[in-house]
Design a protein around this ligand. Structure first.
Ligand code: ZN
Length: 202
């Protein structure tokens, strides 16, 4: 399986990192080795001094497809959750300044936290609220209504380039409020009021 991620999909977050608003989805990928296994702590890597959490809605693909039209995209997923796209911001800034690819700052081991999946039955995918609690305090809040490119558009765009397979994950971008993590932090992710993950940083 592969993990397809969208960068700069919320206007306020693009602004906080001084990035221009995209006219097409900005995509990057993480390999399956980036998944943080359930129940495991996140071990802070020593190649970065500035790992950020980016809290995001995650959709799981249930059907193989390519060249999917946005209006049929809803047939390709039935579950969602909340995840974290851990980002080594210092490495990313360095790569960006040289015009180099981001992989080492985004696709490293354990960089993809994926919560427990929830069914989308009765859920309006354009109005999913979510938040992240760090050490007991809400640090990031978002709603899919504020995405620049909704999931259907992201699927349409991505599937022109990449065949989607069962089990592939889409990380749909982070709202504003990203921040640094430290050893000892506890990170809890919520879809609405439902807690979907609980991760400790070691
Ligand atoms: Zn992200």
């Amino acid at each position: 399986m592969k993990i397809i991620c969208v960068g700069r999909n919320y206007a306020e977050h693009a602004k906080e990192l001084n990035n221009a608003l995209p006219t097409e989805p900005v995509l990057f990928m993480k390999p399956d080795s980036a998944l943080l296994r359930k129940g495991e702590p996140f071990f802070h890597p020593n190649f970065s001094e500035n790992i950020h959490y980016e809290t995001e809605i995650v959709f799981r693909i249930k059907k193989i497809g390519r060249h999917i039209d946005a209006k049929f995209a809803h047939k390709y997923f039935a579950e969602y959750t909340i995840g974290i796209d851990f980002t080594a911001r210092d490495l990313q800034d360095k790569q960006k300044s040289k015009g180099l690819p981001w992989e080492i700052s985004k696709a490293f081991d354990q960089s993809a936290v994926v919560g427990d999946f929830l069914p989308l039955t009765g859920v309006d995918i354009h109005n999913i609220s979510f938040h992240l609690v760090k050490n007991g305090e809400v640090v990031q809040k978002g709603n899919s209504a504020n995405m620049i490119f909704p999931i259907e558009k992201v699927i349409e765009y991505s599937s022109q380039f990449f065949t989607l397979k069962i089990g592939d994950l889409f990380f749909t971008g982070t709202p504003e409020g990203v921040g640094k993590i430290s050893i000892g932090d506890r990170l809890e992710g919520f879809a609405g009021d439902v807690k979907v993950f609980d991760v400790v940083v070691k």
